[in-house]
Design a protein around this ligand. Structure first.
Ligand code: ZN
Length: 56
């Protein structure tokens, strides 16, 4: 009865935890700085980061 996507997914996605983590990160912190590799949850944080780290 309790058949989630897990049962189906194992022949498509080959247990790539890394991929999943990457996806979660991408999802949780969609705002990335184009000048470095920092990521942010909110646009505001990105803007603050830019003005502090890449100020000119
Ligand atoms: Zn940056």
């Amino acid at each position: 009865m309790i058949k989630t996507a897990e049962a189906k997914s194992d022949n498509i996605i080959e247990t790539s935890q890394e991929k999943r983590e990457w996806f979660l990160m991408e999802f949780a912190k969609p705002f990335k700085c184009e000048k470095c590799t920092e990521r942010f949850k909110k646009k505001k944080y990105l803007r603050e980061h830019k003005s502090q780290i890449h100020s000119y």
